[in-house]
Design a protein around this ligand. Sequence first.
Ligand code: FPP
Length: 247
Amino acid sequence: MDLKSQIDINNLPGHVAIIMDGNGRWAKQHNQPRVFGHRHGVRAVREVTESAAELGIKYLTLYAFSTENWARPKLEVDTLMRLLVDTLSKEIATLNKNNIRLDAIGDLQRLPSATFNALMDGIQSTRNNSRMTLILALNYSGKWDLIQATQHIAAQVLDGTLDPESINEALIQNNLSTHGIPDPELLIRTSGERRLSNFLLWQLAYSELFFSPVFWPDFSKEHFYQAILDFQHRERRFGKISEQLVK
Ligand code: FPP
């Protein structure tokens, strides 16, 4: 039986987050420069976005560029930024055709203006779509997110509109860049690495983690289905014991 038909569509993760890793190593395997891996990574982005929407997953977040990625060689950073502009302008029509809304999290103002503008155009033009939200994490890091939330909260305390005693989980959640978006129930990381790499640190507190040995450019629909099936076979206890769960 094929993998897709084994998936229980009544038990899907509402939000899947992905650390797309291994583009550079994939390129090396093919005796090509690293940027060749990123270009092929776009194919996997398309494939996984399509399969997530087809299954009925409501939110898909992709770690496309971290705050630490600026430290890479300039050629690679410039190529990634250009690739984002090209991909966004090419794919907006497809997102609209498939009723997918684009969103982004991260310190977006610091992106090159062409990337920022392409992103804003995409977000604006897909804003009424409702089947799935595709969130690109760009110039994002989990620590940045917690810092900017803390700054917002501190400013409210300073101007007297917030009592420090009333700072709770919900308030912090509401000040994160992901406010209004449910936390990911499943995190996938490709390429065999088993790290969070400063991704959604607060939001991944209770997520199931799935590590795939496959390099991102080779990650296909079938690999995605495998991750979902693996998620469906896990027992999510949230600190409780097995017998306390409503089955
Ligand atoms: C990680 O592989 C990949 C990235 C830092 C960038 C991901 C970007 C894309 C897939 C292309 C554009 C994306 C969109 C959403 C249009 P790596 O370079 O760290 O690989 P390595 O660990 O093998 O060096």
